[in-house]
Ligand binder design. Structure first.
Ligand SMILES: [Zn+2]
Length: 344
């Protein structure tokens, strides 16, 4: 290898290492050391979503029920449902967030085109992953965990509605997901060791440090539960997926951009439901960048200012998600049965 090329490579490796350290979300060296470009890019099979109830109901727990790492309680100013952040210096910061939801009644997908776009454009984002989703998509979950661009948060085990779940169920939903993350992190560490990359694991957080409410629903007791478990509850102030009936990705992006302010948190999904998100994201990110916005992870956003909070989560208007208390079965963890549907 020519000396100049080797020097350039060394500089790149150093840069990657320092980036990983600053973001503390993963390591470029680890990511590129464990997967090829093609493996990271994925295949159309990643995007398959199975039909609800096509498989037996899966309420099975993870291989370990309790996480080894416990987090310190959430500080007082982060104990409610966080809608957005007021940046201290008024910086035009915005956080893209992608939920990876999976109920007990099906296997959700992984919208690889979204992740590929974010990687290609070097856009940081936060993924809120369901525990069962991580178990059914271990490679994808580990890739997100290893990637320094991305922060991984907790989105409950099987998408339980926390306003409906009793205390024991709510606790299980959170802790099983933390434990599943740890199991995958241990596998990541094994693979890293086999490649002589163990030192890189220091950049991968031991457990998720943020929580997102399924359906945006919570009870008063949910605030205490999550605060005690050390997980700030992160919601959104902008819906990234809006459909006026036309299904136009352009209109969806315009709807979101009109509502974005410095410190906004945008709700999106990366589990191939809704179907057009991969078309919205490139338009949305281009428009936001053109508007002078700088993309950050949620944890970076929290460090940059003061959170704006509510005591009860919602989509766009208070109370607009109460319908989800009865729409899904099993406390929010199951789709309505096909036989219940109005149209076969
Ligand atoms: Zn969800």
């Amino acid at each position: 290898m020519p000396t100049l090329t080797r020097l350039a490579l060394a500089v790149l490796v150093l840069l990657a290492a320092s980036t990983a350290h600053a973001a503390s979300n993963g390591s470029e060296t680890l990511l590129r050391g464990l997967w090829t470009e093609a493996q990271l890019a994925g295949t159309p099979a990643d995007r398959v979503v199975t039909k609800p109830w096509a498989q037996p109901l899966d309420n099975s727990p993870p291989a370990r029920l309790t996480p080894e790492t416990t987090l310190p309680p959430v500080p007082a100013d982060l104990r409610e449902v966080i809608r957005r952040v007021n940046p201290a210096k008024g910086e035009r910061l915005v956080a893209l967030t992608f939920d990876l939801c999976e109920r007990a009644t099906n296997v959700a997908g992984y919208q690889n085109e979204i992740v590929n776009h974010l990687r290609a454009q070097h856009i940081p984002a936060t993924f809120f992953a369901g525990g069962k989703w991580m178990r059914s998509h271990p490679e994808k979950a580990m890739q997100l965990m290893a990637d320094p661009l991305f922060e991984v948060g907790n989105h409950a085990w099987t998408h339980a509605n926390m306003a409906v779940a009793d205390d024991a169920e709510a606790r299980r939903q959170v802790l099983w997901t933390q434990a599943q993350y740890e199991l995958l992190r241990a596998e990541l560490a094994r693979r890293a060791a086999a490649k002589g990359l163990s030192a890189e694991m220091a950049a991968v957080p031991p457990v998720p440090r943020l929580f997102r409410l399924p359906y945006g629903r919570n009870a008063e007791r949910t605030l205490d539960l999550l605060a005690g478990l050390g997980l700030p509850i992160i919601q959104w102030d902008v819906l990234g997926e809006w459909n006026d009936g036309s299904g136009s990705p352009q209109k969806s992006a315009e709807y979101a951009v009109k509502r974005v302010r410095p410190g906004s948190i945008i709700l999106l999904h990366a589990n191939a439901v809704p179907k057009n998100t991969q078309l919205v994201v490139p338009i949305l990110t281009r428009m936001l960048a053109a508007g002078g916005y700088h993309f950050v992870t949620v944890s970076e956003l929290l460090r940059a200012g003061t959170p704006e909070t509510v005591r009860s989560g919602y989509f766009a208007k208070p109370g607009d998600n109460v319908q989800y208390d009865t729409l899904f079965l099993g406390g929010g963890t199951q789709h309505p049965r096909p036989t219940d549907a109005k149209h076969p």
